[in-house]
Ligand binder design. Sequence first.
Ligand code: TXA
Ligand code: MG
Length: 333
Amino acid sequence: MLDARGPGQETAAQAAAQAARLLRAGGVVAFPTETVYGLGADAGNAQAVAQVYASKGRPAFNPLISHVPDSAAAERLGVFSPAAQALAAAFWPGPLTLVVPYHDTGAVCDLARAGLPTIALRVPAHETTLAMLRAAGVPVVGPSANLSGHVSPTDAAHVRADLDGRIDAILDAGPTTVGVESTIVDCTGAHPALLRPGGLSRGAIAAVLGVALPDAGHDDAERPAAPGRLASHYAPHAPVRLDAREVKAGEALLTFAGARPPGAEAAVAIFDLSPSGDLVEAAARLYGALRHLDGLRPEGIAVVPLPRDGLGEAIADRLGRAAAPRPLSFEDD
Ligand code: TXA
Ligand code: MG
């Protein structure tokens, strides 16, 4: 526990600096925001991001929000339309998350974005956490810091109850003030649209835009509905064959823990997600592995049976989507 509530500014500053050091070293640190506590990791470190999913016990890889200390840092990561700039200027720091096209700088790994070409960005209104973000100097992912299926934590005690022993530290700054998650606005299309209601009202956003803020996902000419979103999600060109017990002619092999099914010796290429059988390492390398094998243009990608415990379930979920594309739906957890 890093206590940011002690007397004076110094305690909070020291706790924030220590949290930033842990994040830079690849640690997983829960941090306060004005909405709910987030579970932080360096967004560019796929191994650390995989550990965030593992700590939450999430059965799927939701795209995560990247937290940054100011609009300038956000604009280095995403493409801001005039409307997105207006919303950032009006409401950041604050309980607003903007989804914008991603500038591929490598600062946010594929796993953190669940392979999407877009990125969710937020500047939280919390002095201690802004100090942590400035000191870290990297974008920090932050899903709510609860076990999957539990309610979002609004106090460090809730985080401890769910995640004690599963994460490296909790930056404790007492209870949050807003208590519900940030409002998420999609700024990737011609007109902003509401993806998730939250701590900032639709009316306040519409007032800044000067037009109404519709729900996202409406099937209109400007905004393709489910199929468009599906196409934007990274899916390999090659067909993906799950639970493969053998490798067929022309296929590449995606394997785990050294497994070599019959036919492996003739595979176009072999990528072992984790020779040592570590599911966190496998999750961290999953998107890179799919991109690499797909880039070789094999006739198919055969995937060995994977364990279903721990992150195995999320890996299987992602591979299942790659194998049989279906409309995306992200659940809050
Ligand atoms: O208030 C909050 O937003 C908190 C604090 C910690 O910042 N965080 C939070 O994160 O609620 P999480 O992971 O529980 O919710 C993030 C939501 C998910 O519904 C996810 O699908 C959506 O953001 N999201 C993230 N990236 C996206 C993207 N590129 N496109 C569409 N939705 C995205
Ligand atoms: Mg959540």
